[in-house]
Design a protein around this ligand. Structure first.
Ligand code: ADP
Ligand code: ZN
Length: 436
């Protein structure tokens, strides 16, 4: 099923024409309503009339998270206060949160885009859908909530916390769909195990997971344990919230709601636009937003745009998985390392649960990497006579990591359940070099 064929299945020419028209309008709008943009555009000798087609976007300036911080809290806002009906803040995973105001129309578009995602996952009005993203300043909870309501399915606003109660609701109400972070999905599975409830006693069939990076291995793990099909959901508060892109049933990249959010991939160093297929920094321009429209916002998320048509019938361009953020790339002894690389190795070994923490430090001027990882219950032992197999497991992981990362890491095996669980976004890295 496709929620809005008119907008999800346009020909490329129609889409480009629509994007060009909207781009012209939004540039005109920010020029007259956001002093920050007016100044920037004037400095660059750009007038709104000079921007007529979507290709003209390459003339426009970029916007960074720092710009949003410099204009904290409301100076990036284009709509007058009386038009703003909701205010969210980003999680602040990488620093001070940024503030985002939405007009009524923004909320409508957000709900519409979120409903497109849910429909692509196969959610229908008959579903009972639990939203287990945090409700509050974070856009995940309310964003998903409005999408489910707009679709007409029943929404259960479980939010995070009280996981045992949540598990009981999933079982007793026959909840069929869930939205949460992938790490919370695993936490739910662990809680079910503890409560002695297995996947045959619940009816979950669809999961919408996002807000943090996850891998194919993690997808398999969640699908096996909860007995559902897991879909990717991507978004960020600065641009809207969850709904910016979504997987369809083909699960071959995520379609972008590009009639509202225009994507580009750039080389983060040269800021040159990269061709489809190449990995770089995702940049979005909001084409219709009224509250806080942004031109060429640098997300710091690393991904690529995919060429070719999707068999689902949607023509909206797809993006690949987020490979990490340019700012969570670790440079250890001069080598670039992403936490997701370590995760893939860990999950390729059956002995480990998908729970790990990377601790980076500097000892005698040398960077060190410690990988703490949880053993699965079947492989765990406290018995000193049976430690040999554990040593072998430890060595196997160290060797695999060495070949993937090209640096050696120290491994610390942990007992099941001992790495701290998060209900929202998980922390995978502690960089002590930054703390000193
Ligand atoms: P913060 O940047 O403070 O975490 P948000 O709460 O707005 O603010 O989170 C948006 C970010 O979350 C994105 O920029 C991206 O890094 C991450 N994210 C969201 N969805 C996904 C996803 N499906 N896969 C990977 N990362 C995601
Ligand atoms: Zn598709």
């Amino acid at each position: 099923m496709i929620w809005n064929e008119n907008k999800e299945c346009m020909s490329r020419d129609e889409m480009s024409a629509l994007q060009g028209k909207r781009l012209h309008k939004i540039v005109n709008y920010v020029y007259h309503n956001v002093p920050f943009y007016r100044r920037k555009l004037q400095e660059m000798d750009i007038t709104p009339n000079g921007i007529q087609t979507i290709e003209d976007i390459s003339q426009l300036p970029f916007t960074t998270k720092q710009d949003l911080r410099d204009n904290y809290p409301f100076n990036m806002q284009a709509a007058p206060a009386e038009e703003i009906v909701r205010i969210h803040a980003s999680t602040g995973t990488t620093g001070n949160p940024t503030i985002v105001g939405y007009t009524r129309k923004d909320i409508e578009i957000w709900s519409e885009c979120m409903t497109r995602c849910l429909t692509a996952y196969g959610v229908t009005r008959k579903d009972i859908f639990s939203v287990a993203y945090g409700y509050g300043l974070f856009t995940g909870g309310l964003g998903a909530h409005y999408g489910v309501e707009n679709l007409g399915a029943s929404v259960v606003p479980t939010s995070t916390g009280n996981t045992e109660k949540h598990v009981r609701l999933i079982r007793d109400l026959g909840i069929t769909g869930i939205a949460c972070t992938p790490s919370y999905a695993l936490y739910l599975a662990e809680t079910m195990d503890k409560m002695g409830i297995n996947r045959d006693q619940i009816k979950l069939r669809i999961g919408a997971f996002g807000a943090e990076p996850w891998t194919e291995n993690m997808r398999n793990e969640i699908e096996n344990r909860l007995g559902l099909k897991a879909f990717n959901l991507y978004g960020l508060s600065e641009i809207m919230g969850p709904c910016v892109s979504y997987e369809c049933e083909m699960q071959n990249g995520s379609h972008i709601n590009e009639d509202h959010f225009y994507p580009e991939i750039i080389d983060p160093n040269t800021m040159e636009k990269l061709p489809n297929g190449q990995l770089g920094e995702l940049v979005f321009t909001t084409l219709t937003k009224e509250g806080m429209p942004l031109l060429r916002y640098r997300t710091k998320d690393l991904s690529s745009l995919l060429d070719g048509e999707c068999e689902c019938g949607r023509t909206n361009v797809r993006m690949g998985r987020i490979m990490g953020r340019s700012d969570d790339m670790l440079i250890i002894r001069g080598i670039n390392i992403f936490p997701s690389q370590v995760e893939s190795v860990i999950l390729s070994m059956k002995e480990f649960a998908p729970r790990y923490l990377l601790v980076v430090d500097r000892v005698n001027n040398l960077d060190t990497l410690l990988v703490q990882v949880e053993l699965r219950q079947e492989y765990f032992t406290n018995d000193f006579d049976r430690l040999a197999p554990l040593e072998a497991i430890q060595k196997k992981l160290a060797d695999k990591l060495k070949s993937v990362l090209s640096i050696s890491a120290k491994i610390q095996l942990k007992a099941p359940g001992t790495i701290e669980r998060s209900q929202g976004k998980s922390q995978f890295v502690v960089d002590k070099r930054k703390l000193n």
